[in-house]
Write a protein that binds this ligand. Structure first.
Ligand code: 5RP
Length: 223
């Protein structure tokens, strides 16, 4: 029986196998954030001469990439990328995701938006029939935390402030429990529209293109 950490290691290795044939000297790779992505970055290090640079979604990933000698570009220098690779907290069969467990959702969504394709890498515990068991992270402007909380309570959620956590952008995160997410794209648009919301952790209006899922029987592909 593989542990979750071993499965994360396996999916990181599978992501390397997936991306290696696509790398060219001028390739810029979009890199997400989290413990699965940390393992991906470590595995990517030995191939750093096969691509040009990375665009990173967090200070955490930037630091790790740079420690391995991988060049990290400011996103303002990047007009397009073929692939963005990141983990998720939940993913469904339509490749809608919940992200932001690590609090990096805003930069993740921004960097992903520059890429043509999103490769999601997860262990099988993240695959769900319907999003919502994992509390939905939302980045908010600090002064708007209470007004946004009231709006989300009207949508049926119970809101918890991630007290003591500040995002790379200097904002707060609130985690919304108990939402019934039957239409992730509609809910993402609705939450995006609340003044004070910087970013909603639903990635459904633009979901993953492909997912690699590590399970006890090996790594499978969802697309
Ligand atoms: C960070 C994220 C991560 O992708 C998500 O939390 C999964 O993390 P991990 O690979 O550590 O399980 O969205 O904001």
């Amino acid at each position: 029986m593989y542990t979750q950490d071993q499965l994360k290691q396996q999916v990181a290795a599978a992501a390397i196998d997936f991306i290696l044939p696509k790398l060219q000297a001028d390739t810029i790779l979009g890199i997400g954030t989290g413990s699965t992505v940390d393992l991906l970055i470590d595995a990517l290090a030995e191939h750093k001469d096969k691509f040009k640079a990375a665009a990173s979604s967090s200070e955490r990933s930037t630091q790790r990439l740079q420690q391995h000698g991988i060049t990290v570009l400011d996103l303002n220098q990047v007009a397009s990328m073929d692939w963005y690779i990141d983990g998720a907290d939940e993913i469904d069969a339509q490749l809608n995701m919940t992200k932001g467990g690590g609090g990096a959702l805003t930069r993740e969504k921004i960097v992903a938006s520059v890429a043509q394709h999103f490769l999601c890498i997860v262990d099988e515990s993240k695959v769900v029939a319907q999003l919502g068991a994992f509390p939905l992270p939302i980045e908010v402007i600090p002064m708007a935390r209470q007004v946004v909380t009231r709006r989300l309570e009207q949508l049926g959620g119970q809101v918890k402030w991630r007290s003591g956590f500040v995002t790379d952008n200097g904002n707060d995160i609130i985690d919304v429990h108990g939402l019934t997410i039957t239409d992730p794209a509609q809910l993402e648009a609705q939450i995006n529209d609340i003044p004070g919301v910087v970013c909603c952790g639903l990635f459904a209006l633009s979901g993953a293109s492909v997912a690699l899922v590590a399970g006890q029987q090996g790594v499978t592909t969802m697309s």
